[in-house]
Design a binder for this molecule. Structure first.
Ligand code: DNO
Length: 348
């Protein structure tokens, strides 16, 4: 098991030098942030990021993510050439020995929250989600005010996407995912890359857009599309943990054997059904039993990569919501302690 930390490249306010000072961290999760979606990630560009990371004595362990172009998710007629380019990027990362690729298949939005700085009782703040607030947003009018994502799209882009997705239901999205995976997984296998899909966050439809990687039966369907360790899952305890109907411990036991190369650790605390906030990492503060998740990973001899996912903003830190230094570093210390303790006791 390797512990890694997400780094957003040179623009990240947390430099690699600081990341290196967090005990137990040896890996970096990163990406290229200047390649337009749909273009090939060149060997040179990937090598350049890798060199920077290695120069600090760390390792580029995971690419998160090479974004999947919307036209692939929509199943448009130009998808084959986009998929070829995606395969090319996989080959390039594989040729540099980077073993894991986290990606997602969420239409238009990646993770969505309705508040990026909910004030907690201890004065820290967290990302939070309230479905009733999301429903109040008129996506034709107010979407540009959605916390965090407004800046990513022009109103025209958004309207065009919503129009295009009005013809794509969940089953069509599944078929488009299958089409994509049947082309990319063989290339990932040849390139010694494990693809690991990130669950949809939150794990239900938003703004009427289809979302499919939301529960256990979806994970079952996903891994069956191609029975290969290269067709895997990023087991995100926060995204999956937001779905109260999913037994997260049962799910990790079911898939972690050979289909989970990468785990995101985040705890969530529900106020009710579709209302939750991202809590401190330890079990007692949220609804995800971290002890049991780690125990399950140790039981299956997990040898992939883990990273703390979003943390709170504490000690007055400001910066990219969810991606401050302090709380994620605390999360690592908690997870590493649990790991050491459970591992020692179970291997006796
Ligand atoms: C949230 C992250 C996601 C993740 C993508 C992977 O902070 O876990 O944005 O990187 O969904 O494609």
């Amino acid at each position: 098991m390797e512990i890694a930390f997400r780094w957003y490249g040179d623009k990240d306010q947390i430099p690699l030098e600081y990341i290196k000072q967090i005990p137990k961290v040896s890996g970096i999760v990163s990406a290229l942030y200047d390649v337009p979606v749909g273009e090939v990630w060149s060997i040179d560009k990937i090598q350049n990021v890798k060199n920077k990371i290695e120069a600090k004595g760390l390792k580029l362990s995971v690419i998160e993510s090479i974004p999947v172009h919307e036209d692939i998710k929509l199943g448009k007629s130009n998808r084959d050439s986009l998929i070829d380019k995606y395969c090319h990027s996989i080959k390039n990362m594989g040729s540099l020995g980077i073993p894991i690729l986290c990606y997602n298949f969420m239409p238009v939005f990646d993770w969505v929250r309705t508040d990026l700085a909910r004030i907690n009782s201890d004065g820290s703040n967290s990302l939070s989600y309230d479905h009733s607030k999301l429903l109040e947003i008129d996506f034709k009018k107010d979407l540009l005010d959605l916390p965090g994502w407004a800046t990513s799209y022009s109103r025209k882009d958004l309207n065009d996407y919503f129009e295009a997705y009005s013809n794509v239901d969940e089953e069509s999205l599944w078929l488009n995912l299958e089409y994509f995976l049947k082309k990319v997984i063989p290339v990932a296998e040849e390139s010694s890359v494990k693809m690991a899909i990130h669950p949809d966050d939150p794990p239900w439809s938003i703004f009427g857009l289809p979302r499919i990687i939301t529960n256990e039966s979806a994970l079952v369907r996903l891994v069956k599309i191609i029975d290969s360790p290269s067709n895997g899952i990023t087991f995100c305890t926060g995204s999956l943990g937001a779905n109260l109907e999913l037994d997260i411990i049962k799910a990790i036991k079911k898939f972690a054997g050979d289909r989970v190369p990468f785990v995101h650790f985040r705890n969530v605390k529900h106020i009710e059904g579709k209302i939750f906030y991202e809590s401190k990492h330890p079990t007692e503060f949220g609804d995800v039993n971290m002890f049991e998740v780690i125990k399950a990973l140790i039981d299956v001899k997990f040898d992939g990569v883990i990273r703390p996912d979003h943390g709170r903003m504490i000690w007055g830190e400001q910066g990219r919501p969810g991606y401050g230094l302090y709380d994620r570093a605390l999360g690592i210390m908690y997870l590493a302690g649990l790991w050491e303790g459970i591992n020692k006791i179970t291997s006796k």
